[in-house]
Write a protein of this length. Structure first.
Length: 618
C-alpha cells in the first residue's frame, strides 16, 4: 500500500461506521476514494466529482443551510456528508465549504455494494445525525419495554382465585363480618340470576369507612347501598403491567379478573408491589405509613438500590426520573403530615412547592432539595411562626433522608421563598419586567415549580399570570435565551470532545451541565414563549412542537438527545453506586464504546444546532 492509501486507510478505519468493517472490506472501500480539494465558498457537489457521492471531511469544514440561507449545521473533520448520495436535483438544503477543505469522495452505489452484508453500516451511512440518534432511542425504548418484568409477566402469576363474593341483598354488617373472617380487604358483590351468578359491584374496606361508618348509615342496609357499581375489570390474558397502569390511573387497589366474561380471580396493588420489594410503588406505600423521621431515613437508604435496579433493567431516564421524583414527593408529604401532627393544622391554606429537577420529574437518587412555600394572602403576622416551624421540620427531615440542603439556599426555610401569594406575584412580575442577571437566575429555578402538597390553586394562579406576561415577550425571552446559551455542548471545531482539562474531574465530560441542562433551558424558553404550563422537559418539547418557537422535527431531535444523555447518565451513576462511590455526572468518553461516542456527538450536534438557531432568532 503506497503512502497516500496508507494515510487514507489510517484515517478512515477510525471513523464510524467504517470501524465496523473487516480489513478486506475496508481495503475495498479505500480503493474507491478520490481526493478533492475545494477553496472556501464552493457549493457541493463539486463539478469535478460525479453524482451520488459520499463525502468525508479530511480537513476544513462544510456548512449546510436551507433555501432561506438559515444555518442548519456543520460538517467538521471526520464527519460524513451523505446528502448527495441519493439521485435528486431538488435537495432541500445547500452545502458550501466554510474554508479551504479537503474531501475524500466515495461512489455511494459502489460503496453500498461492498458493505451489503453489513446492515448497521448501511443504516449509519443513510441517516443523518438526528436520524441516527432517533433510531438509537427507538431501539433503547424497545429494549426498556422488553426488560420490564411486569410488562412481560402474565397477570396469572399475580392474581388469586377463587374470588370472595357476597350477594347484593346481604347487609353491610354481614359484608364486614365476612371480610374480617376471611382477612380480605374487598368482596365482589353478585346478583343471583337464573342463568348464574353475575358480578354487579365491589365493596372494599375504604367503602365501609367512607360510605357507611363516616356517614352513620344503618349497618343493616343492603350492601348494594354502598358498593361501587360498574366496577372496572381486566381480562385474565392481560399482562401484569396493564393491571398496574389501570389501577394507578384510576386510583383503585382491587381489580377483578374476568375469563370468558365470567368472574375468575382478583388482583390487588399489593400483589403487584410484592413482585419487586424495592419498586417505586412499594416504596411510596411504605413511606406513607412511616411513623417518624428515623423510620423515613431508614427507608431512604433503599433509593440507591432502586436506581441501580432500574438502570440495570434498562429503564429510560424519563421513567427513572419520574419514579424518584414521586418518591421524593412521598417523603415530603409524609414529613408535612408529621409536622402537622406536631404543630397542629395550618392557620391558613398554603402550597408546598418543589422546584428544579423534582418539579420537572427528572430527579435522581439523593440530589439536593429545592423547595418553597406559597401562603394564602389572609395570613396574619402571628401565623409566620407556624410556617417557619413547618419549613424547618420538613427541610431538615429531607436532609436526614439524604436530600441535602440546597447549596444556594433555595428552600422554604429561607423566608424569601416562604411568602404570601401576592409576594410571589410581585416576584415574577419583577423578574419578567426587569431581567437582571439575578432575576434570570431566579427565573431558571422558579419557572419550574409544582405543588407537592396543599392548595394547588395558589400556584396555578401565579403560573397563569406569569405565562400571560412571558408569552410573546421578546425582550425578556431574548435575555433568558442569552443566559441559557452560556452552557454549550462540549464539541470542539473538529468534532472532538472538549474535556475538562484539570482538577479532580480531569479528561471527562459533564453530562449534566453541558448536555442535559442546555436542553432543559431550551425547553423552558419554548414553554414560556408559547404559554405552556408543563414543567417536565419532554412534555414541554412535545407541547411546543409545531409552534412558531419549535418545529416538530426539532422537538423530536431534542427529545432523542435528552433521552440518550439521560441514559448515559443513569448508567454511569448506577456504576458509581455499585462501586460505593458518590454518583456524579462526569463521564470519561473512553469508558463507552466508539458507537456510543458517535451517538453522543450526534446528541451534542442536535443541541448545538438548536442553540445556534435560538441565538440567531434574537
Amino acid at each position: 500500500m503506497d503512502n497516500d492509501l496508507a494515510d487514507i486507510s489510517a484515517f478512515i478505519q477510525a471513523i464510524p461506521p467504517f470501524d465496523q468493517l473487516p480489513p478486506a472490506k475496508l481495503e475495498q472501500v479505500i480503493k474507491l476514494c478520490t481526493i478533492c480539494y475545494l477553496e472556501q465558498g464552493v457549493k457541493l457537489p463539486p463539478s469535478q466529482c460525479q453524482k451520488n457521492q459520499l463525502y468525508l471531511v479530511r480537513k476544513g469544514a462544510l456548512i449546510y443551510c436551507d433555501h432561506q440561507d438559515e444555518l442548519l449545521g456543520k460538517y467538521s473533520e471526520g464527519e460524513l456528508c451523505s446528502v448527495f448520495c441519493a439521485a435528486t436535483n431538488d435537495l432541500p438544503i445547500q452545502v458550501t465549504t466554510e474554508e479551504d477543505t479537503l474531501l475524500y469522495c466515495i461512489a455511494y452505489e459502489k460503496l453500498i455494494a461492498i458493505v451489503q452484508d453489513y446492515p448497521a453500516v448501511i443504516s449509519f451511512l443513510s441517516h443523518s445525525a438526528a436520524q441516527r440518534l432517533q433510531q438509537k432511542m427507538h431501539q433503547i425504548n424497545e429494549d426498556a419495554v422488553i426488560a420490564s418484568s411486569l410488562m412481560n409477566t402474565n397477570l396469572s402469576q399475580f392474581y388469586h382465585t377463587p374470588v370472595a363474593t357476597i350477594t347484593q341483598q346481604s347487609s353491610i354488617q354481614q359484608a364486614a363480618i365476612k371480610m374480617s373472617d376471611l382477612g380480605f380487604s374487598c368482596l365482589v358483590v353478585i346478583a343471583e340470576l337464573a342463568t348464574g351468578n353475575q358480578a354487579v359491584g365491589i365493596i372494599t374496606d375504604k367503602d365501609l369507612r367512607q360510605r357507611c361508618i363516616a356517614k352513620g348509615l344503618d349497618y343493616q342496609l343492603p350492601i348494594s347501598t354502598i358498593m361501587t357499581a360498574n366496577m372496572l375489570t381486566i381480562d385474565h390474558n392481560s399482562k401484569a403491567y396493564d393491571a398496574l397502569m389501570l389501577m394507578t390511573t384510576k386510583r383503585i387497589h382491587h381489580l377483578p379478573v374476568m375469563k370468558n366474561n365470567q368472574l375468575h380471580a382478583m388482583v390487588t396493588i399489593t400483589d403487584l408491589m410484592n413482585h419487586e420489594s424495592q419498586n417505586a410503588t412499594n416504596l411510596t406505600h411504605i413511606i406513607g405509613k412511616a411513623k417518624s423521621i428515623d423510620e423515613l431515613s431508614q427507608i431512604s437508604k433503599l433509593l440507591p438500590k432502586l436506581q441501580i435496579r432500574m438502570a440495570k433493567l434498562g429503564t429510560t431516564a424519563d421513567h427513572l426520573g419520574k419514579s424518584i421524583s414521586a418518591i421524593t414527593s412521598a417523603f415530603t408529604i409524609r414529613l408535612i403530615e408529621l409536622a402537622e401532627q406536631k404543630y397542629g393544622s395550618a392557620p391558613v391554606p398554603y402550597a408546598w412547592l418543589a422546584a428544579g429537577s423534582q418539579a420537572r420529574q427528572e430527579q435522581f437518587a439523593h440530589s439536593d432539595q429545592d423547595n418553597a412555600l406559597i401562603i394564602a394572602d389572609d395570613m396574619e403576622p402571628d401565623d409566620e411562626k407556624w410556617f417557619a416551624q413547618l419549613a424547618a421540620f420538613v427541610c431538615d427531615g429531607l436532609a436526614l433522608c439524604g436530600f441535602i440542603h440546597c447549596p444556594g439556599d433555595i428552600m422554604a426555610t429561607n423566608s424569601k421563598w416562604r411568602q404570601q401569594q401576592k409576594v410571589w406575584h410581585r416576584y415574577f412580575q419583577q423578574w419578567v419586567e426587569t431581567p437582571s442577571p439575578q432575576a434570570l437566575l431566579n427565573s431558571s429555578v422558579f419557572f419550574d415549580l409544582v405543588t407537592v402538597h396543599g392548595d394547588s390553586q395558589l400556584l396555578e394562579q401565579v403560573r397563569s399570570r406569569l405565562l400571560s406576561k412571558t408569552k410573546n415577550n421578546t425582550l425578556f425571552l431574548a435575555h433568558l435565551s442569552k443566559n441559557a446559551l452560556a452552557l454549550r455542548p462540549p464539541l470542539g471545531f473538529f468534532r472532538d470532545f472538549v474535556l475538562i482539562k484539570d482538577g479532580e474531574n480531569k479528561n471527562v465530560l459533564d453530562l449534566k451541565h453541558n448536555g442535559i441542562a442546555p436542553i432543559v433551558d431550551l425547553a423552558r424558553i419554548y414553554a414560556l414563549s408559547e404559554g405552556i404550563a408543563a414543567t417536565n422537559t419532554i412534555e414541554r418539547l412535545q407541547q411546543a412542537a409545531g409552534s412558531p418557537s419549535l418545529t416538530k422535527a426539532s422537538a423530536a431531535n431534542l427529545i432523542d438527545a435528552f433521552q440518550f444523555l439521560g441514559l448515559l447518565r443513569i448508567t454511569h451513576q448506577a456504576n458509581c453506586l455499585q462501586a460505593n462511590k458518590k454518583p456524579d455526572n462526569y463521564l470519561a468518553p473512553k469508558h463507552i464504546s466508539k458507537l456510543e461516542r458517535e451517538h453522543l456527538k450526534d446528541a451534542f450536534k442536535v443541541i448545538k444546532t438548536l442553540q445556534d438557531s435560538r441565538q440567531t432568532a434574537y
